[in-house]
Design a protein around this ligand. Structure first.
Ligand SMILES: NC(=O)c1ccc[n+]([C@@H]2O[C@H](COP(=O)([O-])OP(=O)(O)OC[C@H]3O[C@@H](n4cnc5c(N)ncnc54)[C@H](O)[C@@H]3O)[C@@H](O)[C@H]2O)c1
Length: 544
């Protein structure tokens, strides 16, 4: 049988642990934990060292007591899957498993692993035996069955349920279990608690598990660390003791002097706060979709309209949705709420109108980019089929490398369906797994490829880092994400590098009117989401 390996994004291969490796790992850990306990350090296990868990683990490991001495020893526990195992050896070298634009992330992880020696990672669940606190940062997904219909989807709690079971099988009865995962409301009390209680009973433990919930508001990006450590938190516990323990823990590891905690009576309130928070955001983004079309068809620049409205303090959070709303949270969290109402909380009626509609609008907004690209190419006497189209930006938002549910994915799938040849540039993304491994990523049968025709060749997409190389020869260039590298591009340079006039598509309002004018002067065609005034600039340019 061939050896199973896990490959890091940089291409390094790590063989997965074999059965005999577990005992060795456990012995090493036990010795280390005994030493740490002797130093009076609390043992914290963070389950799942992904985007949230890796940085949360480092923040906890960086904690010091009043005398300035490290007060926690943190072990990141990660299941040794082929996709994720590499994160363990990387972390143990002091290298962040997540690529971050925040300059605090890399030094913090390196400092905690190599200097303070308060952070390590492991693949064995047995480490849970030693935990004083377990922080759960595994994923809880929402699987959509159709494009643009969140209602037909369902929550996939398998990873969370598996984690909760394994925690209950291993922990000491008085360990605090803090669920940070965004969950369907009701999960802590009606899913996690019964699982743990049952297993505790089997183990002869009479006491209730000390279960708590506090959701993450992390924004992977320039303020990655601060968005966890220096930010307000909401929390709750399943009983008074759990509540007391979670408040104590969060007060120790986060900057709660400046950003005080909000403590809710019950976990379902903390869980609901997260879902409402993100549904609200998804809704204010979705609502601009219709006004974006209105603007395009009536000579209005929605970007300027938003700017004008934003000066009013009550409306300062109005934001332009770009070619869709991605990231790991906004596309799914409302779905978790709608699903929970029926499947956890047991209601049969349908009270939700706005939340699912908002998600459906956001999920399909990118399709429109296919139309405007087609029209821009047509105006230049070209057809979209077989045109070479460059997408600038694979990530879901500016200046991050996270491609999960990015609007660009839908844009590309639609363009490929229409026959275009696709090239991609993104300075922050090495591999776009949603395409490269679309048969199995995010899981078998879950790729958005299933909603489009003509997707097979998209497996060959490789994200280019060299902008000039990418631009060269393109027939259309789509500004899909407002990364810093794209905001200051000079039209003359762009067209020179392309080598010919091209269709320029602005999905995020990043082109100024002067740049739009210049592109027209250079023989290009320009179109943009919500940018109806472009036609006026075109006519003015023609007259001169
Ligand atoms: N990424 C964000 O920006 C963000 C923001 C706020 C909240 N959240 C929430 O935080 C949670 C985690 O998100 P993420 O982005 O870190 O996800 P992620 O997929 O990057 O990380 C989850 C990790 O958990 C591991 N895992 C799964 N099952 C496990 C098990 N049984 N034992 C040990 N490890 C296991 C996975 O291999 C993976 O490495 C989600 O609920 C998400 O909604 C994420």
């Amino acid at each position: 049988m061939s050896e199973k390996i896990s490959i890091s994004p940089s291409g390094e291969k790590f063989p997965l642990p074999k059965p005999e490796d577990y005992k060795v790992e456990f012995d090493v850990l036990k010795k280390r934990i005994d030493q740490e306990r002797a130093r009076n350090r609390e043992i914290v296990v963070v389950m799942g060292v992904g985007f949230v868990g890796a940085v949360m683990a480092a923040i906890v490991a960086d904690t010091v007591d009043e005398s300035g001495k490290p007060s926690k020893f943190v072990i990141g526990m990660q299941r040794p899957s082929e996709r994720s195992y590499w994160k363990i050896p990387m972390l143990n070298r002091g290298i962040s498993p997540v690529k971050a634009e925040d300059p605090e992330v890399d030094p913090m992880i390196s400092r905690c692993v190599n200097e303070k020696k308060t952070l390590m990672a492991t693949f064995t669940h047995d480490v849970l035996n030693f935990a004083d606190v377990v922080v759960v940062d595994v994923q809880c997904d929402y699987i959509k069955e159709d494009l643009g219909n969140v209602r037909s989807g369902q929550t996939d709690m398998a990873a969370l349920e598996a984690s909760i079971s394994v925690i209950a099988e291993h922990i000491q009865p008085n360990a605090l279990v803090l669920i940070e995962t965004t969950v369907a409301p009701g999960t802590t009390e009606q899913v996690a608690y019964p699982i743990m209680k049952k297993i505790f009973k089997k183990r002869g433990i009479e006491s209730d598990p000390l279960l708590a919930h506090s959701y993450e508001r992390v924004m992977p990006g320039r303020n990655y660390v601060a968005s966890i450590r220096d930010f307000w938190r909401v929390c709750s516990g399943i009983n008074e003791e759990a509540k007391k323990r979670v408040v104590k823990f969060l007060n120790e590891v986060l900057n709660t002097d400046k950003y005080p905690l909000t403590v809710m009576d019950r976990p379902i309130e903390s869980e609901t706060a997260k879902i409402v928070e993100n549904s609200y955001r998804a809704t204010i983004l979705a609502f601009l979709d219709e006004w974006s079309l209105f603007a395009e068809r009536n000579g209005v620049d929605l970007i300027k309209v938003i700017k004008a409205i934003k000066v009013r303090p009550t409306h300062s959070n109005i934001i332009f949705p770009g070619p869709g709303v991605g990231g790991y949270c906004l596309p799914k969290d409302g779905g978790l709420g709608v699903w929970a109402y029926k499947h956890i909380l047991g209601f049969e009626d349908d009270i939700f109108k706005i939340t699912p509609l908002a998600i459906d609008i956001n999920d399909t907004r990118g399709l429109h980019v296919g139309q405007i690209t087609r029209d821009a190419l047509r105006n230049m006497g070209r057809t979209i089929a077989s045109s070479e189209i460059l997408i600038l930006g694979a990530a879901y938002r500016e200046d991050v490398g996270d491609t999960r549910y990015s609007g660009s994915e839908i844009v590309i799938r639609k363009l490929a369906e229409m026959g275009a040849e696709i090239k991609v540039h993104d300075p922050y993304v090495d591999h776009w797994w949603e395409f490269e491994q679309q048969d199995t990523y995010p899981a078998t049968g879950q790729s958005k490829a299933q909603f489009f025709r003509n997707q097979e060749k998209l497996k060959d997409i490789r994200v280019e880092q060299d902008l000039n190389k990418s631009l060269n020869g393109s027939e259309a260039v789509i500004f899909a994400v407002p990364h810093k590298a794209y905001r200051d591009l000079d039209p003359d340079e762009v067209v020179k590098t392309i080598g010919q006039p091209a269709a320029i598509i602005d999905c995020f309002g990043i082109l100024t009117d002067d740049k739009i004018r210049r592109y027209f002067q250079l023989g290009c065609e320009v179109k943009g989401l919500g940018r109806g005034h472009i036609q006026r600039i075109k006519e003015e340019t023609r007259k001169t």
